[in-house]
Design a protein around this ligand. Structure first.
Ligand code: GTP
Length: 335
């Protein structure tokens, strides 16, 4: 089966990290998010993925320079101006004349895609949307359905007191090729705000499947951090990264890391390849990337420290996402 993965957005809410790395290539627990997503697609039989690119396309073509991810073939399609979610799908899916999976490139999930496609088949749908349940749906597209799954309405970001249901559009779709015919070519069109609502004008076309699978949109700093905690806590399988070993429950260490015997590690923790944790340091609910240096007596709590960061001896860091190669704490600028 083929999949289209939407990875063309600028990721403005994760700036400044996304000034240098597009959101789908930011790591989650030391594995690029997009690699996690492609591995999930591959587990459910996707053998070809089209990456719908717009922002920083060279970062993707460089990362997947042989146009493969394991056994999966990759194709790159670059938009020269943003086409929105539906316009992007239509442009990327040019030439695909069969049923396809489509996913937003910023949703971490272990949704059973095989069951999802079966549901789509059983409904005889033209398009099927996966739904996730959240406590506060007011920031999402809310999707009330009939008991058989047919979508009744699309309510984009309703005020809290007018929320019709807690089930929201989870950003994974099965589409028949006929859906693409209804999307105008080369225009900026939103699938959530335009294509799906328009499909409701005729019954029997648009269905949605409720699922309690793990689901998280990684698009804000808070959610980006949460994704690390969930992956390191084993909510998406173990180990969190291939090759990591579990030192104690929820404390994972990658090959080549050195940790002083008197350092204190409080789960969930992941220490990256060749990272070095000095004597008396304390690391709690945090992830260190590759080649990170943590000085003696330093303390890190609830933080994600990306590759090659150095943390000075005795420094104290909490609730931060630290960009690669930074030195902490930052001293006053000279001159
Ligand atoms: P923010 O700017 O922080 O909202 O992030 P974003 O740019 O990723 O936007 P959003 O979270 O709404 O996008 C959801 C998914 O659609 C992400 O995977 C984006 O990469 C992708 N996306 C958004 N706009 C476009 C677009 O115009 N073209 C393509 N190809 N993908 C898009």
């Amino acid at each position: 089966m083929k999949a289209v993965v939407l990875v063309g957005g600028e990721g403005t809410r994760l700036r400044p990290l996304t000034y240098t790395t597009p959101k789908p290539l930011l790591p989650i627990a030391n594995v690029e998010f997009l690699e996690r997503q492609l591995a999930w697609l591959a587990r459910h039989g996707v053998d070809e993925a089209v990456l719908s690119l717009g922002y920083m396309p060279e970062a993707f073509t460089r990362h997947f320079h042989d146009e493969r991810f394991g056994d999966m073939k990759l194709r790159f399609v670059v938009e020269h101006e943003p086409l929105g979610t539906a316009g992007g799908i239509r442009f990327a899916a040019e030439g695909i004349n069969e049923r396809m999976l489509v996913c937003n490139g910023d949703v971490l999930t272990d949704l059973d895609l095989s069951a999802f496609v079966r549901f789509h088949d059983e409904c005889g749908a033209e398009a099927t949307i996966s739904l996730a349940q959240v406590e506060d749906p007011s920031a999402f597209g809310v999707v009330p359905t009939r008991t058989d799954g047919e979508v009744i309405a699309f309510v984009e970001k309703p005020p809290r007191e007018q929320v019709p249901t807690n089930w929201i559009n989870a950003g994974t779709y099965v589409l028949e090729p006929s859906v693409l015919d209804g999307i105008p070519a080369r225009l900026n069109v939103s699938i959530e705000r335009e294509t799906f609502p328009r499909m409701l004008e005729r019954p029997g076309r648009l269905y949605a499947m409720q699922s309690d699978a793990y689901w998280l949109d990684i698009g804000t700093p808070q959610k980006y951090f949460e994704a690390h905690v969930d992956v390191c806590s084993g909510r998406l399988g173990r180990p969190p990264v291939a090759g990591a070993s579990e030192w104690s429950s929820g404390v994972w260490v990658q090959p080549g890391a050195t940790i002083a015997p008197d350092a204190e590690l409080v789960a969930p923790v992941l220490i990256g390849e060749r990272a070095n944790v000095g004597s008396g340091a304390r690391i709690e609910a945090s992830v260190l990337g590759a080649d990170v240096e943590v000085g003696a007596g330093a303390s890190l709590a609830r933080s994600v420290v990306l590759d090659a960061v150095s943390v000075a001896p005795g420094a104290s860091i909490a609730d931060l996402v630290v960009a690669p190669d930074a030195a902490l704490p930052c001293g006053p600028r000279e001159g």
